[in-house]
Design a protein around this ligand. Structure first.
Ligand SMILES: [Zn+2]
Ligand SMILES: [Zn+2]
Length: 383
């Protein structure tokens, strides 16, 4: 049976998972101003004393620190200090904006090579795109390739026999017809992935030393997970097969000075369209507690938390990694949402899909709520 919209929203997940937050070198700052959730960061007094016995009291004074961008020392709880040059920067004065306090060392734009990585998006030749995305070549030329199944589906869509009860079915995305435009779309994704040193992967990946594939079982989900219907599974498989032929969803990655990489619709997308799966390396959350990757996605919330899984698109992934989150603290932010993040059991394994929640016009940016499930991700700085 196709899922109703309510079953979609009920299980909506996930939340990019952020476990630890702290204010860099500013222990005196009130946590509450950042609205960060209580975390497991706190050590017991016994633990602290064990370390404190040997610690030299740090009397460094950071009261002179101001922001290099706006030259103000207001909101000092949001000032990040560079771990190399010790200069200060407000999280909101940086470009792109830093939405949460980094977990590991942080280097300012001058001291890091980060700003070199955000080059304008390059264009790629067709051959390079075919290699990068490992597109399966077919007999006909790029863009002219359509399987009989596609032809049948397109005809069916043109027919007048619309079955009403099937309205909530997932729809396949419709690729842009113009092959040259598709090359631009895929080129934008390729250059964003290359800038982050990532490989393209349209699948969940399991690597030695991380969670094995056998750990990803929907039956471990606490309370159970909704099962993707047979016909929706076919739709998802159809979309994956299209992607393998270079028929990508009509999306383009753009670089925004505030938001960083973000994704825009490059054609219209209908409500309930399967836009993309969220892919990357699967790992246990417990292995990633000190990880600074800012786009981990919940995959499995098990009854036993040590079995919880996340998707980490830090080395491999697809366009899902670049889609922005809404600021779910404001109604303006919530209005922007046009995608929903849904977890399903597909043949017994958990998968995460991004699905359109309304018709999306060409040129609109894509947004979903990173906190669909756990409310752990600090979104109040999102534009
Ligand atoms: Zn500032
Ligand atoms: Zn610096």
């Amino acid at each position: 049976m196709a899922p109703s919209s309510s079953s979609l929203s009920r299980r909506v997940s996930p939340a990019q998972k952020h476990i630890h937050h702290f204010v860099r070198r500013r222990a005196e700052q009130p946590e509450s101003r950042l609205h960060f959730p209580a975390t497991r960061k706190y050590r017991s007094m016994e633990e602290i004393m064990k370390i404190a016995k040997y610690a030299v009291v740090d009397r460094e004074d950071y009261s002179h620190v101001f922001c290099e961008q706006c030259h103000s020392d207001d909101h000092d709880d949001e000032l990040l200090l560079c771990d190399k040059c010790d200069k200060g920067f407000h999280m909101l004065c940086l470009r792109p904006i830093v939405v949460r306090v980094p977990i590991g060392p942080w280097y300012c734009p001058t001291c890091s090579d980060h700003h070199h990585r955000h080059r304008p998006l390059k264009s790629f030749s067709q051959t390079k795109i075919i290699d990068f995305f490992r597109i399966q070549k077919c007999n006909e030329s790029w863009g002219k390739c359509m399987s009989p199944q596609d032809a049948r589906k397109r005809r069916r869509r043109c027919g007048t026999l619309v079955v009403h009860k099937k309205r909530r079915r997932l729809l396949s995305f419709t690729s842009t017809e113009d092959p040259a435009r598709r090359l631009v779309q895929m080129g934008s994704l390729a250059s964003a992935l290359i800038a982050l040193n990532m490989e393209f992967s349209d699948d969940l990946t399991y690597l030695p030393g991380m969670a094995p594939r056998s750990a990803n079982q929907a039956k471990f989900e606490n309370g159970g997970m909704q099962i993707l219907s047979k016909e929706n599974t076919e739709t998802v498989e159809h979309c994956r097969a299209m992607y393998k032929r270079g028929e990508c969803p009509p999306l383009v990655v753009v670089f925004d000075s505030c938001e960083g990489y973000t994704v825009e619709a490059d054609g219209s997308i209908k409500d309930m369209t399967f836009v993309t799966e969220y892919t990357g390396d699967v790992d246990y959350i417990k292995n990633r507690e000190h990880d600074d990757c800012d786009s981990m996605m919940t995959l499995l919330l098990a009854a036993d938390p040590s079995n919880n899984l996340v998707i980490c698109p830090d080395k491999r992934g697809n366009i899902a990694r670049f889609i922005s989150g809404i600021n779910n603290h404001t109604s303006e932010g919530r209005k922007k949402q046009n995608l929903k993040c849904v977890r399903y059991s597909v043949n017994g394994e958990c998968r995460v899909f991004l699905v359109a929640t309304r018709d999306i016009a060409k040129g609109e940016r894509l947004y979903y709520d990173y906190n669909g499930y756990e409310h752990e991700y600090p979104t109040h700085h999102f534009v």
